[in-house]
Design a binder for this molecule. Structure first.
Ligand code: IPD
Ligand code: CA
Length: 287
């Protein structure tokens, strides 16, 4: 979430939430309805980090729609850079979060869009104002604006989200994820080896945005990951916080690439202490 970055004058967080919802719905339709039977894939940061033509098309659509509706705002997307706006707001976009799931047609991927204040290229210098995360296959739209609570909209209607009432780490269901770099993964696995015996169980769903929304909608008690980018987490973090969860980083409440964690409020202190210690020793430490 970052430090409290002031809102530009005249900002309407609820209106921005509506914009985020509208554009993720459009991109979600695109990625589901126009998914080719044979997806062309290229490798990005490593051989196992895929980008498909649909990640690119989804981002282009989001950039076009946001440019039409919010021409003065900036844009930062996972697939190819961005633009700086003049309004003080930037749209931070993951056109398909969970690209490996998308590739294998596993129905756990999302389009994630957030409007943020500050500079999203610098961890700690930005804060989400509004956001939406859509799992287009499940038909689940998670959305929130700062100070306005978090909601889940499905075909059955809209309901307010609340994180779990969990307090006992030993009974916590914990989500996590892994980066694409082999050495980072080895370190993440070492941290996980120590975490697993201390919690109820773990889940690796394959979409950081959906994991954060999972904490918001009580499908997970906690979630942590190292190596996330702003687009993986901007919207999901806001949804989690607005659902009453606590979000933080390696120290304090500012998540960054070193560590992003989210937990039900009754669990947050113990959970933060555990994942901070494990990631400091195994992921960032000399291991
Ligand atoms: C990835 C997913 C995954 C997480 C990785 C992310 P992508 O995003 O969110 O769950 O573990 O760290 O990079 O590459 O599918 O957009
Ligand atoms: Ca992502």
């Amino acid at each position: 979430m970052g430090h409290a970055v002031p809102l530009p004058t005249g900002t309407d967080p609820a209106g921005l939430e509506d914009v985020a919802c509208a554009v993720v719905r459009a991109a979600g339709r695109l990625v589901v309805e126009e998914r080719p039977a044979q997806l062309a894939v290229s490798a990005k940061s490593t051989l196992t980090d895929p980008v498909t033509v649909m990640d690119q098309r989804s981002q282009e659509l989001l950039m076009t729609l946001l440019g039409e509706r919010r021409p003065d705002d900036g844009f930062l997307g996972e697939e190819h850079g961005g633009t700086t706006g003049s309004s003080g707001l930037t749209w931070v976009v993951d056109p398909i979060d969970g690209t490996v799931n998308y590739l294998y047609d596993i129905p756990a991927y999302a389009v994630s869009v957030a409007a943020v204040t500050g500079d999203p290229s610098r961890a700690g210098d930005w804060q989400a104002v509004a956001g939406a995360v859509l799992n287009p296959v499940a038909g689940e739209l998670f959305h929130a604006h700062r100070g306005g609570g978090a909601r889940l909209t499905t075909a059955a209607g809209t309901r307010t989200l609340r994180a779990t009432a969990a307090t006992d780490l030993a009974m916590a269901l914990v989500g996590t994820g892994f980066g694409y770099d082999p050495e980072l993964r080895r370190r993440q696995a070492a941290a996980l080896l120590e975490l697993l015996p201390r919690v109820r169980d773990i889940r690796r769903h394959g979409s950081a945005a959906l994991d954060l929304c999972g904490v918001a909608c009580a499908r997970l008690d906690g979630y942590y990951e190292t190596g996330l980018n702003a687009w993986d987490r901007a919207a999901g973090e806001l949804v989690a916080v607005e659902a009453g969860a606590v979000v933080g980083g390696p120290d304090g409440n500012v998540p960054d690439r070193d560590l992003t964690w989210a937990a039900a409020s009754g669990l947050a202190e113990d959970f933060a202490a555990l994942v901070r210690d494990l990631t400091a020793r195994h992921v960032r430490g000399p291991d």
